[in-house]
Design a protein around this ligand. Sequence first.
Ligand SMILES: [Zn+2]
Length: 362
Amino acid sequence: MSQVLYRKYRPQTFEEIVGQKTIVDVLRAAIEKKRISHAYLFSGPAGTGKTTIARIFARAVNCEKEEPCNKCEVCAEFISGQSLDLIEIDAASSRGIDEIRSLREGIRSLPFKAKYKVYIIDEVHMLTKEAFNALLKTLEEPPKHVIFILATTELDKILDTIISRTQHFEFRKIGEEDIQKALELIIKKEKVKIDPEVTNIIAVLSEGSLRDAESMLDQALSASSGDFGADEIRGIFGVPKRELLENMTKALLEKDAKTALGIIHKGTEEGLDQKAFLKLLIRNFRFLVYLKIDPNYASELAKFLPESELAELKNSASANELKKFEAILNSLNDAYPLLKIAYLPQLPLELAVLRITGDKTS
Ligand SMILES: [Zn+2]
């Protein structure tokens, strides 16, 4: 259910890909110059487009057109998953030597219809050692008619010998702005009305994964009967109310430990998501830094922040020194990775509050 939008709006051409511009450019140039490598490695966080780009690339190298037409026989068969020349292996579920052995036998035979047989091996780090070694042998001398695209979320588990035999692309997290734009396009196509503030919050919470952002939007759409606003989305994902964020921002700027700790305590009792809280606080202080450095940035923020919230930020930006924002942002940023290991989820933020409010020098 939560993957509906993700599948429905999965990009089908290089043009439609969100983010990863450098990678897309390099791959398109390779196709144009007919300099196709026989083994690629796509590494990077989940939901950043590795499999999507692999599939488009698989069609592009086989289609008559460089940008896959998605209509010709080969394209159509690749899209439907019926082609014998596109083999997708999920190493997370089939990690054994048998699969790789049959793969080694399979690559010897020529493609049925396409120019290249394409093997997409997802989560390739999950293969057993034996399977990995077998794959390595295959990569040493891949036949001309075969292209391997290996994908992984855990590059450090991939042997150097594999990396050196592939053309390696590192996928980055997708920027918040790109994610927000992609969500807004979906909303337009779905013909629903959603506050830009909502898409911005989802973009922040999704941490660079378009797939996560799209399933959050899905979740939000199915939880609501029609048009809905930011408060509802906050409720669905345990995101703090704007008022809470504004009070916290104020307390930190005023070095008011009592109020700040009180807000954390109350929020914790009410089941606030500490991670979301910290993220949105970081977001707020980044906005303050930007506004302080360049007041024109307000017109950017006006695209998704409600007027009253932007006015509040503008006031704080002009009333405080840049150094203060930087110090607070630093402490909040240090607290963020500690969320993963902290004994209590609210502890990293509490400690950051003490550090921020205890520092009387700035
Ligand atoms: Zn085609």
